[in-house]
Design a protein around this ligand. Structure first.
Ligand SMILES: [Cu+2]
Length: 236
């Protein structure tokens, strides 16, 4: 069986399939009889030209096409809400990081058990390149849920973890959150997904997913605060 790349991406994929199948089936159930009736009851000279006023509906049919769609809507709503709840609620064993957006980069803080910052990664703004220096990569462990607490220093940004297909606004003065889990080690894109000014298109980061042992080693290394973007000096 294929390995699940990431959560909540997996659930979105399943939800899209479920909604698509339901939508296509409903379309066919409506369109095929529709075409048939267009042919069957089309206007023919001399035939029922003034209409047929003797039939007054069918209670069984009325009940059927009221009850069946109601059930479909309730099932879809319950199923979708269950997924919504799962993607809003980080698993209890999730590792917490603090993510602060600024024009135009990200600061990521790693915490110890007591919630103190033990390591910080700051990305710098580079309008001419999409290359990311090694010490500016956001490193996270593979196969472990990561909860990000988000905020912003200036305007509204949005932290979009592309492989996990999840995004959440980073709002000044507020703390929002999302969580994700990426099972396959590798390097992935993080983008700002809320237009935030001239440098928005270069407000990205590289997520480096490594085996947990390698992550533990990396965490012991120093922060890269020396790279702090000139825009945020003094603010952090
Ligand atoms: Cu932004």
């Amino acid at each position: 069986m294929e390995q699940v790349l990431a959560y909540p991406a997996k659930w979105w994929g399943e939800a899209v399939t479920v909604w698509l199948v339901v939508a296509v089936v409903i379309y066919l159930v409506v369109a095929i009889p529709g075409l048939y009736f267009i042919m069957k009851y089309r206007f023919k000279p001399g035939e029922r030209e003034i209409g047929d006023h003797e039939k007054h509906g069918h209670w069984g049919l009325e009940a059927l096409w009221t009850i069946v769609p109601t059930i479909i809507v309730l099932v879809l709503a319950t199923y979708s809400f269950a997924i919504f709840k799962k993607q809003r609620t980080a698993p209890p064993d999730a590792m917490t990081i603090k993510v602060t957006g600024f024009m135009w980069g990200w600061q990521v803080e790693y915490l110890d058990d007591k919630g103190n910052t033990i390591k910080t990664v700051v990305t710098s703004y580079n309008p001419t390149s999409y290359d990311v220096p090694e010490d500016q990569k956001i490193v996270v462990p593979a196969g472990k849920p990561v909860k990000a607490l988000l905020t912003s220093l200036d305007v509204i940004h949005s932290f979009y973890v592309k492989p996990a297909r999840i995004t959440e606004d980073a709002v000044p003065g507020r703390i929002t959150h999302l969580w994700f889990q990426i099972n396959k080690p590798g390097e992935y894109w993080v983008f700002c997904r809320e237009y935030c000014g001239t440098g928005h298109s270069h407000m990205f980061a590289k997520l480096k997913v490594v085996p947990p042992e390698q992550f533990a080693l990396w965490l012991k290394g120093g922060s890269n605060l020396a790279n702090k973007s000139s825009q945020i000096k003094g603010n952090l």
